[in-house]
Design a protein around this ligand. Structure first.
Ligand code: SF4
Length: 168
């Protein structure tokens, strides 16, 4: 929320939804519904890619997860950023970015590195800004607007990590 507020002061910003990493499916629908309600109320333009290749995604993520969480997240970032860059390129946007740069618990430097690499490959610049400075503001905006706030990153592995800690 806060990234949109700040970035739209100087840029025309379109939100892109592509999140095959969110499990289970009801959580995916919950986050999508929340995004749709908020962007509609605020008049924010959105492009949706509702691809959800659950078997392929989970097989790949599970295979990598057995080796390391870092490899799993690298795959996940790459998948989502590549799709975002392609959509930006096809639709003639000047740049693409990601709200992954907002969350303090993401692998920030890895997101930046992958985004910049993909930007060069696809031919559309990756817009980098350390959005973590807006994290608290974003949380506050979500609380005030009554917007659903996710309890874990997205994939089923992150859901287990999150709730295992509380109920080992
Ligand atoms: S923890 Fe988050 S970034 Fe990592 S694979 Fe799962 S959904 Fe993707």
């Amino acid at each position: 929320m806060a990234p949109y507020r700040h970035l739209s002061e100087e840029h025309e910003v379109t939100v892109f939804w592509y999140n095959p990493n969110i499990q289970p499916y009801r959580e995916y629908l919950r986050r999508l519904k929340s995004l749709r309600e908020y962007t509609k109320n605020m008049g924010i333009p959105v492009i949706e890619d509702l691809s959800y290749p659950a078997e392929d995604w989970l097989m790949k993520a599970a295979m990598l997860s057995k080796k390391s969480n870092v490899l799993r997240c690298r795959f996940c970032y790459g998948d989502r950023l590549y799709r975002t860059a392609r959509v930006a390129k096809i639709n003639g946007f000047d740049a693409f970015s990601t709200t992954l740069l907002l969350a303090p618990y993401q692998k920030h430097e890895m997101v930046r590195e992958i985004g910049e690499k993909i930007g060069r490959r696809v031919g559309v610049p990756f817009y980098y800004e350390d959005m973590r400075k807006w994290f608290e503001e974003s949380e506050e905006m979500a609380r005030k607007a009554g917007v659903y706030r996710q309890g874990y990153c997205g994939c089923i592995f992150s859901e287990i990590d999150r709730y295992w800690r509380d109920n080992p």
